[in-house]
Design a protein around this ligand. Structure first.
Ligand code: NAD
Ligand code: UDP
Length: 312
């Protein structure tokens, strides 16, 4: 069945892939963005599609439209960008959630929240399961993002409890791929851009902290599967790739795959940088019948190709 779908943050990295996939699946897509970290270049190839509509709008302001489903992705995701204007980041998560949940209530749409592994903070259990409440510093430099996303989850479950809104909460773990912002400071884009330019590869701390990297195509598949679950499934559900690597291993792999002469240099570890992160995806396997397919090497090769063509 053809659905009308609103994607907030649709001109961003994940949002643009989601819009593309939904259009390919035969749906009508309304992409809303204020272009803070996203851009028209990410969705330029979709503009000629008559079932694609672009709306310049800030999610902190109310918005009304008739749709069947809402994917709420609007929020800067990289530490550099979300710390640039922390109050705005909180407003985007909290007021954005209130506005989109209010819309969902009014038009009786189903709504999915792009939450994050950051709700676990610097985790004390490993790997992280959905039942873990997290270890977040509420006054640290990452708190505008972590606490904003935690409050958004609370809004979602309470709109469901009080108003019976059909909700889906997805906890996204580090995802990478084409259309990441080249200057947003996230580790995969940073290392690839540095390697391609022959600049030093900046490893923060000793590089022994870990992350688990999911390729964007896998993530989008999981997101759509979650939206399509029956109404009893609300989440939160972790979606990410459980293959865990140290940041130093990632740096070495990027150097090997690009054939770069770049050297690794060590810089200070940012405050509250989580030491380890790996999703437990038991629930996603059981409920969504989903698990990631793309191995890090394959995903990195595709991402390197993308950056080769976009930076020069
Ligand atoms: P991104 O920065 O590329 O995309 C975010 C988009 O939201 C951008 O297009 C930006 O312009 C838009 N936006 C920001 N503030 C807005 C506002 N007030 N009103 C309207 N639009 C606004 O980041 P991304 O990686 O695509 O992340 C998308 C979502 O997924 C975010 O909510 C993020 O928190 C979540 N997420 C991403 C990751 C990841 O690894 N990529 C991990 C966990 C969670
Ligand atoms: N990192 C790094 N060098 C960089 C950028 C990031 O060593 O140039 C590290 C960062 O300190 C963190 C990890 O890579 O430990 C992932 O950082 P990112 O900002 O991509 O995501 P997050 O910390 O939000 O998981």
């Amino acid at each position: 069945m053809k659905k009308k779908v609103l994607v907030t943050g649709g001109a961003g990295f994940l949002g643009s892939h989601l819009c593309e996939r939904l259009l390919n699946d035969g749906h009508e897509v309304l992409c809303m963005d204020n272009y803070f970290t996203g851009g028209k270049q990410n969705i330029a190839h979709l503009l000629s599609n008559p079932y694609f509509e672009l709306i310049r709008h800030d999610v902190t302001m109310p918005y009304f439209v008739e749709v069947d489903e809402i994917y709420n992705l609007a929020c800067p995701a990289s530490p550099i960008h979300y710390q640039y204007n922390p109050i705005k980041t909180i407003k985007t998560s909290v007021m954005g959630a209130i506005n989109m949940l209010g819309l969902a209530k009014r038009i009786r749409a189903k709504i999915l929240q792009a939450s994050t592994s950051e709700v676990y903070g610097d985790p004390t259990i490993h790997p992280q399961t959905e039942s873990y409440w997290g270890h977040v510093n509420p006054i640290g430099p990452r708190s505008c993002y972590d606490e904003g996303k935690r409050c958004a989850e609370s809004l979602f479950v309470n709109y469901h409890a009080q108003n019976n809104i059909r909700i889906k909460i997805m906890r996204i773990f580090n995802t990478y791929g084409p259309r990441m912002h080249p200057n947003d400071g996230r580790v995969v884009s940073n290392f690839i851009v540095q390697a391609l330019k022959g600049e030093d590869i900046t490893v923060y701390g000793n590089g022994r902290q870990t992350r688990s990297f999911c390729y964007v195509d896998d993530l989008i598949t999981g997101m759509i599967l979650l939206m399509n679950t029956d109404d009893s499934i609300k989440g939160p559900i972790n979606v990410g790739n459980p293959s865990e690597f140290t940041i130093l291993q990632l740096a070495q792999q990027v150097i090997d795959l690009t054939g770069s002469k770049s050297k690794i240099v060590y810089e200070a570890l940012p405050t509250d940088d989580p030491m380890q992160r790996q999703p437990d995806i038991t629930l996603a396997k059981e409920i969504l019948n989903w698990e990631p397919k793309v191995k890090l090497e394959e995903g990195l090769k595709k991402t390197i190709e993308y950056f080769k063509n976009t930076i020069s």
